[in-house]
Design a protein around this ligand. Structure first.
Ligand code: ADP
Length: 303
């Protein structure tokens, strides 16, 4: 499968501040890649560098296997960075027609085709001012699709949407990837917002790559843990380390241990704790939520 995007060691400095720090990412054709990180992590800056709106301080970009003449390759891409530019007094069709004419697309049927694709064909005389946020985002995505797009770059397109709006945009993007093989890079400050959409995830914090993984790997990462409470949590931790050689665990609120190892041998864990003289008050195998996993990577920074 061909690689559509390669970012190689991208760094962006503003005066002394390094806002993107040797960041790398690849995206394959037809994949939906989530760029996830808290506010201020550097997501918009990376997308602006991709769009050519700002220059990287160092590092290399490659679009469609090409490192030179990036502006030519950018014609195959569409960008929605910050809010889409929609005229609030025009209808969905008028907004689309405006973009079509400005971009010099002669084929009028393109407008109808895209209005249908983004689910706005039946909005008639309703002006964009009266659209829900989800409809506005779909219109914005539609407007960026008017020139044929192989690769879409969307900065926080579901930010501020209600759950229904998130589903609308998610379904549209899935359709574009599945039916038209469009590659998508999409950012969010919440992993959970994109968890059901993306095929690949990259976590960024303070401009640095924290981790990249596929949707399948995410499922494994969020697999079960053993949650344990006893009458002495610190002693329990010491026993797990000394007697069982366990290192993958977290102590939560000083009274509970989340254990990520030995899920296949819970009886060994409970017996070892018991045999060392401790009373077990909770011993449950449970799953970690996506958001818990994400926060364990970036810290609790989203309000
Ligand atoms: P995100 O999109 O993840 O919220 P941004 O890329 O917008 O993050 O910002 C990353 C960091 O870069 C922030 O600390 C922001 O204040 C800083 N930053 C962005 N643009 C500029 C600029 N033009 N000059 C100086 N600092 C900037």
């Amino acid at each position: 499968m061909d690689t559509i995007l390669r970012l190689n060691g991208i760094t962006k400095k503003y005066k002394k501040a390094t806002v993107v720090d040797s960041f790398s990412l690849t995206a394959k054709r037809g994949h939906i890649c989530g760029l996830i990180g808290p506010n201020g992590a550097g997501k918009t800056t990376i997308m602006k560098i991709m769009a050519g709106l700002t220059l990287q301080t160092s590092g290399e970009l490659e679009f469609f296997g090409n490192k030179d003449n990036l502006d030519e390759e950018r014609k195959r891409m569409s960008f929605m960075i910050e809010s889409p530019v929609i005229d609030p007094l025009m209808t969905a069709r008028e907004n689309m027609e405006y973009v079509r004419i400005v971009r010099g697309i002669a084929d009028k049927s393109k407008t109808d085709e895209i209005l249908k694709l983004v689910g706005l064909a039946d909005t008639g005389k309703k002006i964009a001012k009266n659209f829900s946020l989800g409809m506005k985002q779909r219109l914005g995505i539609g407007m960026s699709l008017i020139t044929s797009t192989e690769f879409m770059v969307l900065d926080e397109p579901v930010n501020g949407l209600d759950p229904e709006g998130i589903v609308e945009v998610r379904n549209l993007l899935k359709k574009l990837a599945e039916e038209q093989n469009v590659t998508i890079l999409i950012s969010s400050h919440l992993l959970s917002e994109l968890s059901e959409l993306c095929t690949d995830f990259t976590i960024i914090n303070h401009g640095k790559l924290i981790e990249s993984f596929s949707a399948e790997e995410l499922m494994i990462k969020c697999k079960s843990r053993i949650s344990i409470k006893t009458d002495d949590i610190n002693k329990t931790a010491a026993i797990l380390e000394d007697k069982l050689g366990i290192s993958e665990y977290k102590v939560i609120h000083n009274d509970e241990i989340h254990l990520y190892e030995m899920l296949d041998k819970p009886e060994t864990v409970s017996r070892t704790i018991f045999e060392n003289g401790l009373n077990i008050t909770k011993f449950v195998i449970e799953g970690e939520s996506l958001e818990e996993y994400y926060l364990s990577k970036v810290g609790d920074v989203n309000e």
